[in-house]
Design a protein around this ligand. Structure first.
Ligand SMILES: *Cc1c(COP(=O)(O)O)cnc(C)c1O
Length: 455
């Protein structure tokens, strides 16, 4: 007989993973290499080390080692807020009247409020180990900037954050949390960098975008001695660090003999999704098991479901290496009424390759449906979810309702990436009935995709 499943499945400290899992080692078709935009050749370690920390470059280029040790210092930091619970959503199941079993891995139990701290602490650790003075980065909604500020405070590093202007203005308290942890926060596009000045000139009054803030942060890092640039999503090194989510999830499920049928995650740049699914995708790739893995993205920024698999710029200012990914084009900016996050134009190259190889599926959802699911989740499970996370909630609920019709008792696992306390302007719009959906036309997407470099 199987053990009775508690509301929260925790791991003991000694059951926590000691190594990250690198899914690239098990992929037959490796993600395409980053290219130098000048030469069109794969970026060398040396070139990348001008922008990124040395050890992180090694991880970025590592397609062969399946397991990479988590340094002791990072493991002890993880212990402050991990293992994160895998929660059985008994109350939601009851409200839906579904025979499905729903589980969610909750990453919101730290001050930054999301999974981003898992990679922030790793990146800050390697920067410190290299003897750097500080790091620069971009942040959109603010979760990454907050996580990085916390990590930099812990290791005594300087932290410069370029925050997308619209978020800077809409989320003053996010900014203050970052400043409280010692970071300096600049609205982007700013007049501090040449790329920022150029974008301001070309698009007067622009409210900014992630791609634009990335360009500024990279420029700030390479133009100052002792600084490197760090990124909170998209890169393969970030997915590696985030594999802690999937490894813990798998260990918790195994502890109770539960076999997941579906695994659902929201996808912005692909880091939480990639981290959650990595160990499961690894099993599929090695022919050991089968799972139905589903990426959920906003209908207003549908890179997997409506983008093209091409080499593209990672940033608006076109200063970063080129990455092959499902993309909407680096000039694509979601409509101003888009409030649900996940606004990056591209997608992690690992997730893109897994999707192209049909190891995972993808779907898109509109933001009013997302907030409706968020509201239902908050009222039944108690947690106020981040809008990003609520994309996964929406699809988990839909799948559980399908089970209600078919009578199947599927095990549905989804990633609850964070909490939504700083997203109340978006919730307010929803509560006031003023939230609208915007779905880009094929023509709009074709126009920005046409601007991708021809490689
Ligand atoms: C940043 C963020 C996301 C999206 O980023 P990914 O790299 O796609 O994981 C999702 N949820 C929350 C709460 C976030 O902060």
């Amino acid at each position: 007989m199987s053990k009775e499943i508690p509301y929260k499945i925790y791991l003991e400290e000694n059951e926590m993973p000691k190594q990250w899992y690198n899914v690239r080692a098990d992929m037959k078709n490796k993600p395409a290499p980053l290219l130098n935009p000048g030469t069109g050749q794969p970026m060398t370690a040396e070139e990348l080390e001008g922008v990124f920390c040395k050890e992180l470059v090694a991880q970025e280029l590592n397609n062969t080692d399946a397991y990479i040790d988590i340094p002791e210092e990072i493991r002890s930091f993880y212990k402050m807020y991990r293992p994160s619970p895998l929660v059985r959503a008994y109350c939601l199941e009851k409200a839906l009247g579904t025979p499905a079993h729903i589980y969610y891995k909750f990453e919101g139990n730290n001050t930054s409020g999301s999974h981003k701290l898992n990679s922030a602490i790793a990146q800050a650790y390697y920067a410190k180990k290299q003897g750097l003075k500080g790091v620069t980065t971009e942040t959109g909604a603010g979760q990454w900037g907050t996580a990085l500020s916390m990590a930099c405070a812990y290791f005594g590093l300087d932290c410069e954050v370029y925050m997308v202007k619209v978020s800077y203005e809409q989320k003053p308290f996010r900014r203050e949390v970052m400043r409280t942890y010692g970071a300096s926060v600049t609205p982007s596009p700013s007049m501090k960098t040449s790329v920022g000045r150029k974008i301001n000139e070309e698009f007067p009054g622009t409210t900014g975008s992630l791609g634009c803030a990335i360009s500024e942060a990279v420029e700030a890092a390479v133009s100052k001695e002792g600084y490197r640039y760090v990124l909170g999503s998209v890169l393969s090194q970030v997915l590696l660090h985030q594999s802690i989510i999937g490894l813990e999830t798998k260990a918790a499920l195994d502890k109770y003999g539960i076999k997941a049928d579906m695994i659902i995650g929201c996808a912005g740049g692909g880091s939480n999704l990639g981290g959650l699914i990595s160990p499961f995708a690894g099993e599929i790739l090695r022919g050991e098991a089968n799972y139905d893995i589903l990426a959920v993205e906003p209908a207003s920024c549908p890179s997997l479901t409506r983008g093209k698999y091409l080499y593209d710029f990672c940033d608006t200012g076109r200063v970063c290496p080129l990455a092959k990914m499902y993309t909407l084009g680096s000039s694509y900016i979601p409509a101003p009424n888009h409030a649900g996050g996940l606004r990056y134009h591209g997608m992690s190259s690992i997730v893109s390759q897994l999707y192209d190889d049909k190891i995972i599926r993808a779907t898109s959802v509109t933001q009013t449906d997302v907030f409706k699911a968020a509201e239902q989740f908050a009222r039944t499970e108690g947690i106020l979810p981040a809008p990003e996370s609520s994309h996964a909630i929406k699809v988990a609920i839909d799948e559980a309702l399908k089970c209600k019709e078919s009578g199947e008792a599927k095990n549905i696992v989804f990633g609850l990436t964070g909490t939504g306390y700083f997203d109340m302007v978006a919730y307010q719009k929803y509560n006031d009935g003023e939230m609208e959906n915007y779905i880009p036309t094929d023509e709009e997407l074709a126009e920005s995709i046409a601007k991708c470099p021809k490689i």
